[in-house]
Design a protein around this ligand. Sequence first.
Ligand code: BGC
Length: 732
Amino acid sequence: MDQKKLREFLNDMSLDEKIGQMVQVLCLFHEKEGVITGPENTAGYTEEEIRNAGSVLGSCGAAMLRRVQDNYMKNQPHHIPLLFMADIINGYRTVFPIPLAQGCTFNPELVQKAAAVAAKESAAAGLHLTFSPMVDLVRDARWGRVMESTGEDTYLNQCMAKAMVEGYQGTGSLTDKGKIAACVKHFAGYGAPTAGRDYNTVELSERTLRDNYLPPYKAALDAGCATVMSSFNTLDRIPSAANKKLLREILRSEMGFDGVVISDWGALDELIMHGIAKDREEAAGLAAEAGVDIDMMTTCYSRHIKKQALDNQKYLELIDEAAFRILQLKNKLGLFENPYKDADEAEEAEIILCSEHRNEAKEAAIESMVLLKNDNILPLKKNGQKIAFIGPHVNSRLIYGAWSIFARPEDTVTLMEGVNSLGIKEAVFANGCAMVDSIDATEINNTKIDPEVHEKLRKEALDYALNADVVVLALGEHPLQTGEAASRAELDIPKPQLELFRQVYEVNKNIAVVLFSGRPLEIKEISDKAKAVLEVWMPGTEGGNAIAEVLFGDAVPSGKLAMSMPYCVGQVPVFYSEFHTGRPYAGSEGKGRYFSRYLDIPNKPLYPFGYGLSYTDFEISKVRLSSNELTKESSLEASVTIKNIGSFTGKEVVQLYIQDKFGSVVRPVRELKGFQKIELKPGEEKEIVFSITEEMLRFYDINMNYVSEPGEFNVYIGNSSDTQNGKSFVLI
Ligand code: BGC
């Protein structure tokens, strides 16, 4: 429909209809007959409010969504179609590794493919829009939602944000088959809650916000992301859903975004809890003024914005503005012509979990695993080695992460199944212990098992361990220990599992740990004692196959940490691109007390950002620069030669870091500015070239101008963020 017609359409709509477009309710309400009075209706919607709401969330399924659409459009006075949204974060039914793990692939192409598969499957199931990508920068592993982000680094998150948007939406039209609209979230700064506690206050300087936290959202918008979700948190003490400066000035004026902004779940009601609105009427007014177009799951707009509008013309204009944006989104998706979009039962049956999708999920899982340590124990031998696979994750199907709301356990391959399908004969399997004990959050108490059963499990496991040549211990977090509302003050492996580790260690020291987690954990003891540690995160549907292939050397690990692994929890937030202090502590060489340091632990994390081993070794030459001067008009080339000097074909991530030595404000000690992932056969070598331009050196200076400053810079190229392989140049 052309813009003129769409405008006429809007002009013909009643005020109630327009307000209806601005309300989002659960799809579940439409799936049942009559008024929803059950516990799901927490907002207390009336039947009329549900009938008027212009978008719904949380459900998929071609046949059901077609039916819901038909019923809705029949009653909508202008037959405006309903918009279907849901959280498809790392896959629909074919589940890919969690986004944090996808960050560790350092492979945007692969991440784009993962998003494209998620879009294809969910589009066939009738979905129009996913609440992804989540690009909140995350540096505090206590926060449960770090699993949803691609990590601690601005540049890496920018690359992944773009990749995901292009995967979901494609680069053509949103009407294209198998494409869905993306929604970048949570705008802004949600990844920095004080003390890592979910929904807590965010205190960021405007400079850090702009330099480090905003660019990934901007990258998603530059890639054409159709919608934005505002965050729960405050910034400068203003909750985002009421933050005019954030949503109108920064998002709309500066970043040029003219699409739909949706609030996060219940966030308008939370303006009252935050204490900046005394009631829902005021909350509705504040959100509309800030530029929130859709109110997710409260009655603020549906019940209270009308009164404001009747009292004050300004609100009528805001309603028109919001309703028009929503109509435009529906139009971009082609819903006026085809309200079902790609909902198709036959297609659903054909493509969901097809072997092509499963293969891509397996590839992504393989590339996302990070080999943290390996004292010549991996890869395992397929024959002639007795291997005991022990731990509560050996048989667990819940390995796809907290947001995989459409995933089904029965579709997931466990580690045991993966090992068996490689035909490994001399392998035994035992759970060993319960995943968590009663100290953990109440929701997961029901996984507790009685002491007698526990003792039996432990005994069986120790017998196996005693008789094995190698023990693979599959340990880690319970899936409910990660995700939203899953902040943790301790980052340790759950107690029963740590005890199991210690007991196994007493009888067999040949241990390789396979670590399942939604966040970097505190693993000092495990890393000291085990001979190998393979971090597999929450690897998704094909997790078991992917892990087995890596363990037995059919695939070679190549993941790099997208978030630093802390030495211990007292160190977090810990990240490589910290700022220079006035008392830098140079580790073991720096002696004395009065430095920026801890008395009891090192400053450095256990494993830094960008770190990860392979089964092969790579040699990286010294950095070469095409010139030691850079001007605003020119560029310079920084290059290295990388050679595979080991005996496996493998992939390495060559990383470029730049340090601005002096600035008008304190600069980070170094920042990632480029990376290339390449595959090399044994003996093969390749030249890797990065182009450095003045634009890459910009930041918010003392006057809050986004500029570069002439002076000296260091360039580092290596295979982790602590590489010392560097050279310097001058920007003139
Ligand atoms: C989360 C969002 C999510 C929304 C809808 C909220 O609780 O913060 O990330 O998209 O629910 O499910």
